[in-house]
Write a protein that binds this ligand. Structure first.
Ligand code: ZN
Length: 300
């Protein structure tokens, strides 16, 4: 098979299954925040450590495929697991920021968004010794007003745009944005001459539904993500992301709706094998982190 020269960035979001919108962090959540969740469900004041084993397994998997990836880490997770941030850094991967808490943007004012994000960025920089310049919005929920704040705080790229049709109350407004990497304008996610580089999350061709995410790989199948990635890579660089929590069996809560059950579908070994298959398919194209991809665009 002829290998396309376009690049695929592999990225991993470090948050846990209870950060899903139906559990915590949004208007439709069962629990007001993660601390209430820990107390009610775990009987603890902190998470149980479920994220540690799969994160280490992901590091081993990346090592095996000789891939350097970008880890978008939640400030809250870095606070509970500082050693994981150090371990990821030690393995030569890029550290980026996934916000402080995994909350939809609608719960923030520009002032609280700025101060929380600054705190998370500083913590990640202290733990990793790296300059943190990348951002991915929790739940991929974005608003134009965050663009100037990202620039002001020293971010150089964002990877939150998913040009999907409206789905589960999200995305609709990003539908007309590009699927290829581009520069944002100074005040919005629209293309322009601003300093912030965007690495969007590819959607499935024609249908315009999210495709390059671990969640969609599990819900629909490996073929869905593989087909969409191949299609996107034909014309431009692309990105795939998944989570450590998807590599372990999802804990079951009572009275789940069909959509909530779908969210944890095929978590565990099925997903581990699925990611290995995708990494294998794209192994020759997946050698760059987000930062390295951005440098290809800024140095030209
Ligand atoms: Zn997330």
């Amino acid at each position: 098979m002829k290998v396309n020269k376009n690049k695929l960035v592999i990225s991993i979001d470090l948050d846990e299954w209870y950060h899903a919108r139906w559990v915590t962090g949004s208007k439709i959540s069962r629990y007001p925040d993660t601390l209430s969740f820990f107390r009610e469900v775990y009987n603890l004041d902190r998470p149980r450590g479920d994220i540690e084993k799969p994160t280490i397994e992901i590091l081993e998997m990346l090592e095996e495929f000789n891939i350097k990836a970008t880890f978008f880490i939640l400030g809250e997770i870095a606070g509970y697991y500082p050693h994981l941030v150090k371990e990821i850094t030690k393995n030569g991967h890029e550290i980026s920021c996934h916000g402080k808490n995994h909350k939809d943007l609608w719960s923030y004012t520009p002032q609280t968004f700025r101060s929380d994000l600054k705190e998370a960025k500083n913590l990640l920089e202290d733990l990793s010794g790296q300059k943190v310049i990348g951002y991915r919005a929790p739940n991929l929920v974005i608003e134009d007003w965050i663009v100037p704040i990202l620039i002001e705080l020293g971010f150089e790229y964002d990877s939150s745009v998913c040009p999907s049709r409206k789905l589960m109350g999200k995305f609709g407004r990003s539908k007309s944005l590009p699927a290829h990497p581009y520069f944002l304008s100074e005040n919005s996610f629209k293309p322009g001459n601003g300093p912030l580089f965007e690495i969007p999350i590819p959607v499935f061709p024609f249908l315009k539904l999210p495709a390059a995410t671990g969640i969609m790989t599990r819900v629909i199948g490996v073929w869905w993500s593989r087909f969409a990635l191949k299609y996107n890579l034909r014309s431009h660089d692309a990105l795939y992301y998944f989570h450590p929590y998807e590599m372990v069996e999802a804990p079951q809560l009572d009275n789940l709706t069909v959509m909530q059950k779908l969210h944890s579908r095929r978590s565990g070994d099925w997903m581990k094998t699925a990611v290995e298959k995708l990494l294998h398919t794209f192994k020759d194209q997946s050698k760059l982190t987000c930062l390295q991809l951005m440098n290809l665009y800024t140095n030209n």
